[in-house]
Design a protein around this ligand. Sequence first.
Ligand SMILES: Cc1cc2nc3c(=O)[nH]c(=O)nc-3n(C[C@H](O)[C@H](O)[C@H](O)COP(=O)(O)OP(=O)(O)OC[C@H]3O[C@@H](n4cnc5c(N)ncnc54)[C@H](O)[C@@H]3O)c2cc1C
Length: 530
Amino acid sequence: MNYDAIIIGAGISGIYQLYRLRQLGMKVRVFEDGSDLGGTWYWNRYPGARFDSESWSYGYSFSEELLKEWDWKEHFSPQPDNLEYLNLVADKFDLRRDMQFDSRVRAAHWDDEASEWTVTLESGQTARARFLFTAIGILSAHTLPNLPGLGSFRGPAHHTARWPHTPVDFTGKRVGIIGTGASAIQAIPEIAKVAKQLIVFQRRPNWAAPLHNAKISKAEMEEIKTRYDEIYARCAGTPGWFIHQPDPRKTFDVPPEEREAFWEKLYGEPGFGIWMANFSDILLDEKANAELSAFIAKKIRSRVKDPKVAEKLIPKNHGFATRRVPLETGYFEAYNRENVLLVDVNETPIERITPNGVRTSEKEHELDILIYATGFDGVTGAFDRIDFRGPGGVKLKDVWMDGPRTYLGQLIDGFPNLLMVLGPHTARGNIPRAIEHSVEWQTGLLRFMRERNYIRVETRPEYVEEWTQIVVKAAERLLSSKVDSWQTGVNRNVEGRTVRRVLGFNGNGVYYRRKTAEVAEGGYREFVFR
Ligand SMILES: Cc1cc2nc3c(=O)[nH]c(=O)nc-3n(C[C@H](O)[C@H](O)[C@H](O)COP(=O)(O)OP(=O)(O)OC[C@H]3O[C@@H](n4cnc5c(N)ncnc54)[C@H](O)[C@@H]3O)c2cc1C
């Protein structure tokens, strides 16, 4: 089949890209690996899965009608509600009819003569289109632990990002969970409430801070609805496109008691304030960051009764906020429960998964259910799993061997008519805000081409080099660049993922907005059109 555009992925990015391309009158096909739409909120159904973004700053902003119609029920909305919301959007705008599910894209090859992409699915089905949009997610390529015996466990074993659609009953069960990243931090307190025993296998602890979630009453939601313009304007004016604005003061310019009181206040408030509304130097200055880390460590010690367990839960190899900060609800208190055991796999390494459970160097832990909370091959993982080839058969994987190279995170030189929604090296933060920005910018580019009868766009290498340097420079300043995490492309469960790379634009979102707007206003001089 021939289309004007193919979109890979039916998450928040793919849904919105489809909506905008339809408005341009394009014939579009969306191919989605899952059996339905929703992306992150389709796949991640583990107990406790929810946003850390304020719900009312996370939803789409493009439709007044949608904003009026949808009521968020909680300030940090849980997965089932998020999925319901995305289904409502798809149904309201009749988007489903252009989506094809259970359709994993295996390859995308450029045909230079026809100026078209040929997309091949795992099933062998092929489709062609002039434009190809990737909407494949930065956290969609899940990874299993690299352990011997994987698959030998007799009971149910689930990755948090491939969770069953029917509820998993933990009542009276012995449950093991491998990993203590953001998903585990959400799931552990929930599972601990019902399991007979929960054994947490931890390799490296993560810093976490309280979410302070709350229900939204009908009256409160009505009031929020009157403020949407203000909320989105605020997000557009912050570095991370959240509602949180950094405090311009520097940590040591503030007297110790005042500093402590400020941190107490942030720790007691909902959302990412402790990370994003903190002093302006906490992500840049090691001493400032160490002071804040000591404050958070003190909090962990006060919340975990057993001092030995508390010490194990306090990260020693990176400072607070130098990795994406998971927000939690009763995570640390879960370890005060009789039925929760923390196993530090640095002390007693996992030797293998067995039919009965997990064997460490100390003993075999017998389990009824095993959970892999081992995360994702972040940002470029979903790209690496597709065989993208540009003119002359050049493989994207080879071009990005040492790290992604893009212009504005939107296009790649040598890969015509390939547009990335939320691609590597774009600004991210509060992700739907970044997605809307990206989709709208790309729609503008397509409109520009259409008005001039252009059929092919490619970015110039010198601008790719310029943007790559800007991205690398912005990252160099940050303490987070010196830390292994999915954000720096390190994942010890994936072969070859041991060297840090710069995967996102960590400069200011306000700068990114201005820069992209200038390119559009300047008539896209950074591109070659045909
Ligand atoms: C547990 C969790 C919590 C999160 N919380 C927040 C939060 O609080 N705030 C925030 O801003 N962001 C959060 N995120 C990030 C989240 O991914 C984004 O907010 C948003 O959902 C991204 O939407 P997307 O459409 O770009 O990607 P996704 O939702 O990941 O969708 C990508 C889709 O592409 C499909 N796909 C990938 N490869 C292929 C292929 N080869 N063929 C066919 N289909 C393919 C996938 O199946 C998937 O459905 C969270 C992520 C996770 C995992």
